[in-house]
Ligand binder design. Sequence first.
Ligand SMILES: Cc1cc2nc3c(=O)[nH]c(=O)nc-3n(C[C@H](O)[C@H](O)[C@H](O)COP(=O)(O)OP(=O)(O)OC[C@H]3O[C@@H](n4cnc5c(N)ncnc54)[C@H](O)[C@@H]3O)c2cc1C
Length: 374
Amino acid sequence: MAKVLVLGGGFGGVVAAERLALLLGDEHQITLVSRSRQFVFYPALVRLAFGQCEKEDVSFDLRNTMLSRRINFVDAEVAHVNPDERKVTIAHGQVQGILSYDYLVFALGRRLATEKITGFYEHAHHLLNVDKAITFGKAVAAFEQGRVVLGQCFGARLPVPVYESAFALARLLESKGKRDGVRITVVSPDTLETELADATAAAALTETLETYNIELLTNRRIQSLTQNSATTNTGDAIDFNLLMLVPPFRGSSAAKYLGVTNDEGFIQVDASMRVMGHQRIYAAGDCVNFAGPKMGHMAIRQADVAAANLAAEIDGQARTARYSHEMRYVLDQGEDSVYVHKDLSQNGTATVRHGRFWSWAKEVQRKYWEATHS
Ligand SMILES: Cc1cc2nc3c(=O)[nH]c(=O)nc-3n(C[C@H](O)[C@H](O)[C@H](O)COP(=O)(O)OP(=O)(O)OC[C@H]3O[C@@H](n4cnc5c(N)ncnc54)[C@H](O)[C@@H]3O)c2cc1C
């Protein structure tokens, strides 16, 4: 019997645990540890902020779903991982102490490094969790005149909600007859092509921003904030009345104990999703070191590969599943939603599609997750 510990109850951890439960015999024990029983469907947080769905639509209680798939669920905080002794220290929660394992899947996501931007905590909104998205939504609902600045900080790896928020805001103001009194600016830390990891997607987005009369400032890395102004690396001051920023991303704090993280704390893995230099540890999701945006669909594909190889390793088979790094996302903006797909391991261009269908497809995906996980 093997004891498999999966750390993290997001897309990466949940998919890894579910696939392992399907692939491994009943004699093996699978335990999922996460600091919350709630699975959050992050791609729907912009819809939540703009009042297009409810809190109950974006977060589901995982515990019973996991138990029905013969996965033990432990609601607790991971503090430390000791790969030499194959032990994980749990700081507080449903249990406390040491959990031992034979095999580990690390899927604790990323950390929001708000401390890198002076004044972030006091002066910026973000929407990277349910409560923050609701707070940002309230500020948006009350806003009628002035300048709204939205953007990513340097080191953030998530452009989709920035642009979705900009378009949703423009449409909301239009519907209230207030659009003329509000200047909307999007700030990108790089070129748009770098931010979106593709020139075709950047060209399509530039056109849509112009249609919505949204200003785009590129190559501006916001370094510090005061109540109504952001200072960038170029020395520019960007004034605002309302600000929403995606903060810099860093690897999970517990990842450093694996000893194979890059400068930003992301874990180095090979194509089988096994952590470099460790025989029995796999990793998946935002916590791993791959180029480009960090996306849920990548986490799912990585978790699939990690689970297939881990199950093969337990069964004494060859580990043949390989991860190829591709990007696939929908920028939901109603009628003119954009779908982008690109193989990031090649030098090709992205497939870009437009239309209402993609908005619908994104919502269907959320409903599917809800139906299968709550
Ligand atoms: C607003 C927003 C919009 C997005 N839109 C899209 C989109 O349109 N398309 C797309 O593909 N992706 C999108 N993403 C990105 C996507 O949500 C992430 O890439 C994905 O959630 C990563 O999954 P993960 O499992 O690696 O990490 P997470 O989902 O962050 O899960 C990590 C889990 O680990 C738990 N955890 C962390 N630390 C500890 C600890 N110390 N102890 C115990 N538990 C811990 C967390 O509670 C969480 O359950 C969006 C993200 C946001 C925030």
